[in-house]
Design a binder for this molecule. Structure first.
Ligand code: HEC
Length: 151
């Protein structure tokens, strides 16, 4: 009895899935398979959870800067127009002073970062972290192959 029930259920499932297959193939006959490809998946934002080893400067950078200076951030996008290495973390040519000035004065399309948001002490830690680069955490994944050693 139990076995028979199982077989029946299995047969029903098979029939169902057969229907589904038939449905999709029938449905897509009219339209070009636009829905099938779909948009590319949203890139995942970098959060502190991705950098469990991060020390103070890096943590602060992830908290306050990486939303614009991550792989797909607008800072990275705009810097890519004029720099070989658009990711701040991947650079070896940043000085702490330059980073602090850019953050406090704003630069180009980057807004000023006020002290209420990032204190002087915090900004110094971020600046020291960036000045100590390049950091392996800042390497582009697959998207932009080797910006190389260009600095
Ligand atoms: C709202 C987005 C945004 C945030 C947040 C942000 N930036 Fe920027 N940043 C930009 C953009 C956009 C540029 C490119 C400016 C341009 O060239 O027009 C930029 C440029 C820079 C540059 C200049 C790089 C160069 O070589 O000229 C530095 C340094 C920098 N950002 C540091 C930081 C730091 C440090 C933080 C965090 C405290 C931070 N940014 C947060 C958007 C942002």
């Amino acid at each position: 009895m139990r076995g028979g029930g199982f077989i029946l259920a299995a047969a029903a499932l098979l029939a169902l899935s057969a229907c589904e297959i038939k449905d999709t193939s029938g449905g897509s006959s009219g339209e070009p398979s636009a829905g099938a490809a779909g948009p590319p998946p949203m890139p995942q934002p970098v959060t502190l959870a991705d950098r469990p080893e991060a020390e103070a400067g890096e943590r602060l950078y992830v908290e306050h800067c990486i939303m614009c200076h991550g792989d797909v951030g607008m800072g990275t996008g705009l810097l890519a127009r004029r720099l070989q290495v658009p990711l701040l973390e991947a650079r070896g040519d940043l000085t702490a002073d330059y980073v602090i000035q850019a953050a406090r004065m704003g630069i180009g399309n980057m807004p000023q970062i006020p002290r209420g948001e990032v204190s002087d002490e915090e900004l110094e830690q971020i600046a020291d972290y960036l000045a100590a680069g390049p950091h392996p955490a800042g390497q582009m994944p697959a998207a932009a192959p080797a910006e190389g050693e260009a600095q």
